[in-house]
Design a protein around this ligand. Structure first.
Ligand code: PLP
Length: 341
């Protein structure tokens, strides 16, 4: 298969239209068989449920080329499971996870020319999403839905090395107690936009959100979970019902325990504990881990001992091991690598 003529290592993180997308429609209580389409345009009624009441959920994962030339995705079954949970919470029909993995496989195969070569640092970002498509004016769930997956090639997240981020403790919340913080829904992002724009205006890279009930515990950023390394070398990740269960974070905790022999615990992390941390990183599909160098809580500045020049040593080991597993250089746990071709 001839690759597209794209300057892979200079790609940014933007939308580039590829040839095929997957589409399945839900009507009269059932999903149709699904198809690949060349049409990148969605046509829906002006009163569609998604447009009026934001009934939409999504996922994000990547396909890439391993060092032995296979095209693979990383733990897509977990994305399928999470989309099922997100859909249930918003009263949407479940698109079964087995079909989800099959659809991801089909759409990546159909866009093989856009899967970046090994070593370029670029990947094919895969965006599955689902939305209420029929007219809804009284507040209730839609009765018809569309599930789609498109792909877009994206560049290496860190061009010229991972620069540690400066983040601030936000005065806004991203989720409500017992709300929708634990599902991947567009509505959580809509409400984070003002907070991130104002963080950027004030010179911060990201917001640290606190638990919405007491505002005393660390939750996550707008699109990534936290991972801390304590000064005595323990990996700690915040536990909360309003955090999105990141697949990257769960995989890193497994790697910490099973590959690196580190102690790891998921527990509540109090804001006052930040001074005890040696390293801090943000975990998500896009960057795997972005190191954090400084956290600003209003007047209080916490400078992580790992500094502003590089990733901390434990973060770096975690990053190298997980990306090594993903790229086929290190033996993966059973079921983590889904081979597409
Ligand atoms: C998608 C997402 C993450 C990261 O999850 P991954 O499965 O690791 O990509 C973290 N937090 C939020 C709010 C997210 O939407």
């Amino acid at each position: 298969m001839e690759k597209k003529n794209i300057d892979w290592s200079n790609l940014g993180f933007g939308y580039i239209q590829t040839e095929k997308r997957y589409i399945s429609n839900y009507k009269d209580g059932a999903w149709d068989e699904g198809t690949l389409s060349g049409d990148a345009t969605v046509v829906i009624n002006e009163c569609a449920g998604v447009l009026q009441y934001a009934q939409t959920v999504f996922e994000g994962l990547k396909a890439y080329t391993t060092d032995d030339g296979h095209i693979v995705t990383f733990r897509p079954d977990l994305n399928g499971e999470r989309l099922e949970a997100s859909a249930r919470r918003l009263e949407m029909p479940v698109f079964p996870k087995e079909r989800f993995v099959q659809a991801v496989t089909e759409v990546v195969k159909a866009n093989e020319a856009y899967v970046p070569p090994y070593g370029s640092g670029a990947t094919l970002y895969i965006r599955p999403y689902m939305f209420g498509s029929n007219p809804v004016i009284g507040v209730k769930p839609a009765s018809e839905y569309q599930f789609r997956i498109f792909c877009t090639p994206v560049g290496p997240y860190f061009k010229g090395g991972a620069k540690p981020l400066t983040i601030r403790v936000s005065d806004f919340d991203r989720a409500a107690p017992r709300g929708t913080g634990n599902i991947k829904a567009g509505l959580n992002y809509a409400m984070s936009l003002h907070a991130i724009v104002s963080a950027h205006e004030e010179g911060y890279d990201e917001n640290m959100y606190l638990d919405p009930a007491t505002r005393s515990k660390v939750e996550e950023t707008g699109g990534a979970n936290f991972l801390f390394v304590t000064k005595d070398g323990k990996v700690v990740t915040p536990k909360s019902d309003s955090i999105l269960p990141s697949i990257t974070r769960r995989s890193l905790v497994y790697v910490a325990k099973e590959y690196l022999g580190l102690e790891a615990e998921e527990r509540e992390v109090d804001l006052s504990e930040l001074e005890d941390m040696a390293e801090c990183g943000l975990c998500g599909t896009a960057a795997v881990i972005s190191p954090v160098g400084k956290i600003v809580d209003h007047g209080r500045e916490i400078c992580l001992p790992s500094g502003m020049a590089d990733m901390g040593p434990v973060t770096k080991k975690l990053y190298d091991t997980l990306t090594g597993i993903q790229m086929g250089r290190i033996q993966a746990p059973a079921g983590w690598i889904h081979v597409i071709r």
